[in-house]
Design a protein around this ligand. Structure first.
Ligand code: FEO
Length: 174
């Protein structure tokens, strides 16, 4: 049986995943102002990822019979100075998400809640990918530097990013 403490922490995580989507929407808006539509696409996909994460947590709490409370969140940062600054902020945010997922896993371990441990393992693996995605973009943008032609090519590369949902539905734990 899931503890009250873990229910509350997962409820907070649902809200934090939607907050993440909102932060990335502000990043998308920055790139829309800059007319970098490949980057816009990158963040559209990232927002779908965050909505999927929120949905998975939502469905899990629902499945274990916990009530879910939706909360608001602060305004996201909108005033970025460069693509690199955006991705560095994105990586920092993902590192916070990772620490929050690790905290959920610690609670589940303390509770010896094996069902929740199994459920949370997907997010532990997912965060490795999430941090890697932002790290790769940071490396690319550092190489690009102030070269507009290289930035144009990278924008085209990011236009090809697509959202790939997990093999089973978002409601599943796979
Ligand atoms: Fe939901 Fe990007 O972690």
């Amino acid at each position: 049986m899931i503890s009250e403490r873990l229910k509350e922490a997962i409820n907070d995580q649902i809200n934090f995943e939607y907050y993440s989507a909102n932060i990335y929407l502000a990043m998308e808006a920055y790139f829309a102002r800059e007319n970098l539509n490949g980057f816009v696409n990158f963040f559209k996909v990232q927002i779908q990822e965050e909505n999927l994460h929120a949905s998975k947590f939502f469905d899990y709490l629902n499945q274990v019979g916990a009530g879910i409370t939706i909360k608001g969140f602060p305004d996201p940062k909108n005033d970025y100075k460069s693509p690199l600054e955006v991705f560095e902020a994105g990586l920092k945010h993902e590192q916070i998400v990772t620490s929050k997922i690790n905290n959920l896993m610690s609670i589940a371990n303390e509770d010896r809640d094996y069902a929740s441990i199994t459920f949370l393992q997907w997010f532990v693996n997912e965060q490795v990918e999430e941090e890697d995605t932002f790290n790769n973009a940071i490396q690319a943008l550092k190489r690009i530097g102030d070269n507009p032609a290289a930035l144009y090519l990278y924008d085209q590369e990011l236009a090809a990013r697509t959202f790939v949902p997990p093999a089973s539905s978002a409601a599943s734990q796979n």
